[in-house]
Design a protein around this ligand. Structure first.
Ligand code: TYM
Length: 343
């Protein structure tokens, strides 16, 4: 039986990259003979400073967003990570076997260090303000491994940017087994959408679209109004080459828009290009792309508005989800404690 787990951080609105790279897949993967667990990973969110009030609201909004995207509580277990005991406990046990060096290699950590202008060693050891990166941020991928393995997930749908974290989860599963002479954990496999569903920033198409980009113009939020979507796409960075052609290296901006068009219309890039054969310039391309995005996400937006009118329902879904997740988490922890000698 397939067991699927994935997670999303409740920091700000989900954007088109989250939707095309992950959430859309989450909904599709809900099938018979598949157990699907979807987590709002609030413990991961607090690896960066969060305002408690805002965090509380963002968690609720993210849960509503997931439901609006098609996560069905009748088929899936939708829950808040912090409401299920065991994630941090298993994370701690993994901490005690995972070499520091494995985490130092994580590119997401390295990019945070670059942004804070301190070296890796300094970031870990220095106590000055410049080295204010937190232990939790460094340790983030170990908690992610615990999220996955506590449900003994076999498959993890994530965007390509999470591949390295998933490799680490596989390594940790194997390391636990060899450390405690067991075969308890199986290595989870990634389900990665095609490269064309990796959505790049509208302002800098060589970087991924990201919630943490300071410029809101860099991303399409799933709940942006149609007018705003149009404005953002219109201002997307393209190039001065004539006509429309697909070339990720030479024309990253135009190619990102073509990818987005293909993804939201469920076409291959080739078929999307055929549909676009009549378009003369990037202005017309942008018009077609924003129209396609709006058409695709309007039903999701309408559903989101409905769900936001019924917060008690969303909270009940999360509560039921946590209760179900807790049963599996307890079973795993019982076995893990036995294997480690903590029973
Ligand atoms: P997060 O919250 O950054 O992103 C959620 C999902 O969206 C995907 N994604 C993208 N896909 C395509 N294009 C983009 N521009 C783009 N930006 C984000 C991500 O790959 C991800 O699938 N560490 C995870 C959360 C997590 C998790 C887990 C995931 C915690 N525990 C266990 C899977 C399993 C994260 O920060 O995702």
């Amino acid at each position: 039986k397939r067991i699927i787990l994935s997670g999303i951080q409740p920091t700000g609105s989900p954007h088109l990259g989250n939707f095309l790279g992950a959430l859309d897949n989450w909904a599709r993967l809900q099938q018979k003979d598949t157990m699907t667990y979807y987590a709002v990973v609030d413990l991961h969110a607090i690896t960066m400073p969060q305002d408690p009030k805002v965090l509380r609201q963002s968690k609720h909004d993210m849960a509503a967003a997931l439901l609006a995207c098609g996560v069905d509580p009748k088929q899936s277990v939708l829950f808040e990570q912090s409401k299920v005991r065991g994630h941090t406990e298993l994370g701690w046990i993994f901490n005690c076997i995972t070499p520091v060096g494995w985490l130092g290699r994580m590119t997401q950590w390295k990019s945070k260090i670059e942004k804070s202008h301190v070296s890796h060693a300094q970031a870990l050891l220095e106590t000055s303000k410049s080295a204010s990166l937190k232990m939790g941020l460094f340790d983030y991928p170990v908690l992610q491994a615990a999220d996955i393995l506590i449900y003994r997930a076999t498959h993890v749908p994530v965007g390509a940017d999470q591949m390295q974290h998933l490799e680490l989860s596989r390594d940790i599963a194997a390391l636990f087994n060899s450390s405690f002479k067991s075969k308890y954990f199986t290595k989870p496999e990634a389900i990665i959408p095609p490269a064309t569903k990796r959505v790049m920033s509208l302002r800098d198409p060589t970087n991924k679209m990201s919630k943490s980009d300071p410029s809101d113009l860099s991303r399409i939020n799933l709940f942006d109004e149609p007018k705003v979507i149009q404005q953002k796409v219109n201002r997307a960075m393209t190039d001065s080459v004539k006509g429309i052609s697909y070339d990720v290296d030479q024309r990253p901006g135009v190619s990102n828009l073509i990818n987005i068009y293909a993804a939201v219309t469920n076409l291959s890039v080739d078929d999307a290009l055929k549909e676009m054969a009549d378009l003369q310039n990037s202005q017309q391309l942008k018009q077609a792309v924003s129209d396609a995005i709006i058409t695709r996400i309007q039903p999701i937006q309408a559903e989101y508005v409905k769900l936001q009118a019924d917060p008690a329902y969303v909270q009940q879904v999360l509560k039921d989800g946590a209760a179900k997740a807790q049963i599996t988490a307890n079973q795993t922890m019982e076995q893990v404690y036995k294997l480690v000698g903590l029973d």
